[in-house]
Design a protein around this ligand. Structure first.
Ligand SMILES: Cc1cc2nc3c(=O)[nH]c(=O)nc-3n(C[C@H](O)[C@H](O)[C@H](O)COP(=O)(O)OP(=O)(O)OC[C@H]3O[C@@H](n4cnc5c(N)ncnc54)[C@H](O)[C@@H]3O)c2cc1C
Length: 404
């Protein structure tokens, strides 16, 4: 029989992304816990969603007042900035503009303005001329300026969070893929190929795999993670002058996470994207990474088939934008008409873990499920990077309530 190293811990956290590391960090401040273990399957921290996002510190303007997203984003943003200050991590609160390019978008822009006021997010309506003063190459009928939005490198944030956990004497084990979980009355056992952690409680922060990990522990799972891939382009150095900071379109209320935007990075590059299409696997960052078993699982899920039936037109358009640079650029030209195909080149992609219910609805807010000894973060979509420190604290509160 194989012999596994056994570790006794208070808490085991599955997943070393921003949510797992922020949760561990919040728990590490509690001296009652002698040993916290984070298990990350990759050899590096934060290489999936947490290290492949747009790097935008969201202001919280878009979210329904009173929603978890709105509260987590507002409080989390402040905590993130404080953390960056303490750790000497670069960030820039450069502000963003949201641009209405069609008459039909103006009422939505006004709604966002009101929403921002209800959420306590400072924002200003701009005329077309005022927009040009801020972003000389952006063309719109009207715009909103949101000063509190900004940029940061979330991978650095994630790494530093993991280091804080280690500095406090706890373990972050890299290259440790969880393969088996047994929840018992007294403890929960979480196993990788060579290690067994026996803990009082486990927290599932496995991002693109939260449904699988929850199922592995015998939790009731009535949703599935559908991976949506987003492609990024970048402006060539000569065209960087076309965007000063962050330029966003007015979101379609039915698909708030869609909408290709321009983002300045801290190093002065300008990224454009991402779009969103079904990924051919949970980690299919390139088409050649297709996972047939993931595809079978996705296509066999009634919720996905219902989602595809309802939204196939939108899906097709996004797909075309993935294949055709010309179509991608056409979407960019709505915001900055001077951008041409010769000004962009394709760079990277990211994959969003989006929980979808069995009726084909995208679950928009954070979703957490609990059993006796496991807490699963089932849905942590954007702005979860901005809000990670607040979400981590909330999960830590749940852990304390369970442990008593
Ligand atoms: C394209 C894109 C753009 C985005 N832009 C923004 C933005 O600008 N601003 C913002 O606030 N938010 C943004 N988001 C959202 C944000 O990045 C995510 O919500 C956040 O990073 C989620 O963190 P996480 O820890 O839940 O997931 P992840 O970062 O995916 O971490 C999960 C971790 O679990 C590990 N894992 C999985 N299975 C196992 C296993 N069996 N054993 C051990 N480890 C395992 C994985 O390797 C991974 O490291 C964006 C997301 C994407 C994809």
């Amino acid at each position: 029989m194989e012999h596994k190293r056994e570790i006794q811990a208070d808490i085991v956290i599955i997943g070393g992304g921003l949510i797992g590391c922020a949760t561990a960090c919040a728990l590490a401040r509690d001296s009652r816990f002698d040993r916290i273990v984070v298990l990350e399957k990759e050899t590096e921290i934060g290489v999936h969603q947490s290290g492949r996002n747009s790097g935008v510190i969201h202001s919280g303007i878009f979210y329904s007042p009173g929603s978890q997203k709105a509260e987590n984003c507002r409080v989390g943003r402040a905590k993130l900035i404080n953390f960056c200050e303490e750790e000497g991590i670069d960030y820039d609160l450069c502000g963003k503009v949201i641009v209405a390019t069609r008459e039909s978008e103006i009422p939505i822009l006004h709604e966002i303005h009101e929403r921002g006021i209800s959420n306590g997010v400072e924002n200003h309506l701009l005329s077309a001329a005022q927009l040009r003063e801020r972003e000389p190459y952006a063309t719109g009928l009207k715009a909103l300026f949101v000063p509190s939005a900004g940029i940061v490198d979330f991978r650095s944030v994630c790494r530093r969070l993991a280091e804080r956990v280690e500095d406090a004497g706890h373990d972050v084990i890299r290259g440790a893929e969880v393969q088996q979980i047994n929840e018992g009355p007294e403890a929960i056992s979480v196993e990788t190929t060579d290690t067994r952690i026996i803990a009082r409680i486990a927290v599932n922060c496995s991002g693109l795999y939260t449904d699988r990990i929850a199922r592995l522990a015998g939790q009731y799972v009535d949703f599935q993670i559908i991976p949506f891939r987003g492609v990024y382009y970048e402006l060539i150095p000569e065209a960087r002058k076309y965007c000063r900071n962050l330029i966003y379109p007015v979101p379609d209320p039915a698909f708030p996470f869609l909408g290709i935007h321009f983002t300045r990075t801290l190093s002065g590059r300008i990224e454009c994207g991402p779009n969103a299409v079904l990924a051919a696997g949970r980690e299919a960052y390139e088409l050649r990474n297709t996972s047939w078993s993931d595809m079978r699982e996705i296509l066999g899920f009634p919720g996905f088939r219902e989602l595809a039936r309802k939204h196939w037109r939108k899906g097709l358009l996004e797909m075309i934008r993935t294949i055709s640079t010309r179509e991608f650029v056409r979407a960019l030209q709505h915001l900055i008409p001077v951008v041409q195909q010769k000004h962009v080149f394709r760079t990277r992609s990211g994959i969003r873990a989006q929980a979808v219910d069995s009726d084909g609805n995208l679950i928009e807010d954070f979703l957490i499920k609990e059993s006796e000894r496991m807490i699963s973060v089932c849905n942590a979509p954007s702005p979860a990077a901005t809000a990670c420190l607040r979400i981590g604290e909330k999960i830590a509160e749940r852990v304390r309530r369970r442990i008593g």
